[in-house]
Design a protein around this ligand. Structure first.
Ligand code: PEP
Ligand code: MG
Length: 324
């Protein structure tokens, strides 16, 4: 089976009825192996900058970060690379920046940390901008956005970084900026966010955790953690619909996009870009190449008509076995 899938990897991620889905990759390290994917993907949908930060002994300086980011941007150019600003806290701790909290997933995480430490964010933004010079394929993504003020504050810092670099004689283009949609509150503020950002990226891992009030890493409640909960699916469908109406590009970069049945559901809902870890690309591409957009839309209707996660799973299993 895998040899068969491998054979398809240079073919477009297009359904039998001619609908294209942009497949993007999630990265963190190992740019060399990733760059060989270039001809098969539409770009990097999520570069998790905290990953390289986890293996250093202190915050990498501006020069070191510039080198790291340049490697990603150059490796994938001219394809777009979405770089997410540092998303620490929750389950991701830096050894040299410990965060002790009773409820880390509800605490000091992502943009909350970096707006409280603008000096950290500024170094990161300056390094990303420097690294993008002459390439123009950088896009910046803000994690854990809960309200529009956080976006405004981050955008102000970005403007400052561009101005400072200009004063140093480094002219850089303003990159597109996007917001992660992973805190349920943002579901109800898409229009206000759309006035501020250029794109949305749905973090289905955290969105599931926060919609269901289930810690994504706690084995005791692992049975309850399910992106196929009807409420999660209905939130996802709503996001695709609203972002499309607002004419703001929207993609999904959580694990749901890396699962063939999940990817087909998302495609049927109207998401036309899915970002996933590289090993998931072959099976997702194969699923897209076998199932028409209209069948995926029917699958979405059927799944959304179910009221329990188990019902959704059954419905997916029936369709997937028909399609294999
Ligand atoms: C997510 O929350 O779905 C996501 C893609 O980000 P992370 O898994 O890094 O929190
Ligand atoms: Mg997340």
């Amino acid at each position: 089976l895998s040899a068969l899938l491998e054979h398809e990897q240079d073919l477009p991620s297009r359904t039998p009825d001619g609908h294209d889905v942009r497949l993007l990759v999630n990265t963190g390290l190992a740019v060399d192996a990733m760059a060989s994917l270039k001809s098969r993907i539409g770009g990097v949908g999520l570069y998790r900058t905290e990953v390289p930060f986890m293996i250093t002994e202190r915050f990498p300086g501006e020069q070191e970060q510039t080198r790291l980011y340049r490697e990603q941007l150059e490796g994938f150019a001219p394809l777009p690379v979405v770089m997410r600003t540092l998303d620490i806290g929750g389950d991701k701790d830096l050894p040299y920046f410990p965060i002790e909290e009773a409820n880390p997933f509800l605490g000091w995480r992502g943009i909350r940390v970096t707006l409280d430490h603008p000096e950290v964010l500024m170094v990161q933004l300056r390094a990303m901008l420097r690294a993008s010079q002459g390439l123009d394929n950088l896009q910046i993504l803000l994690p854990m956005i809960t309200n529009v003020d956080e976006v405004d504050d981050a955008l102000r810092l970005l403007e400052r970084a561009i101005r400072e670099l200009g004063e140093d004689g480094v002219e850089v283009a303003r990159p597109q900026v996007g917001a992660m949609i992973e805190v349920p509150a943002t579901l109800y503020q898409l229009d206000a966010l759309a006035e501020r950002v250029d794109f949305f990226s749905v973090g289905s891992n955290d969105l599931t955790q926060y919609l269901l009030a289930v810690d994504r890493n706690n084995p005791r409640v692992a049975d309850l953690y399910d992106a196929c909960h009807p409420a999660v699916l209905s939130a996802m469908a709503r996001l695709a619909r609203e972002a499309t109406a607002l004419k703001v590009p929207i993609s999904v970069c959580g694990e749901l996009a890396a699962d063939p049945a999940g990817a087909l559901l998302l495609m049927g809902m109207g998401f036309d870009a899915l970002s996933m870890n590289a090993p998931s690309l072959p099976k997702v591409r194969a699923a897209i190449r076998r199932v028409s957009l209209t069948s995926a839309q029917t699958l979405v209707e059927d799944a959304l008509a179910e009221s329990s996660p188990l019902g959704v799973r059954r419905c997916l299993e029936v369709s997937m076995s028909d399609w294999q």
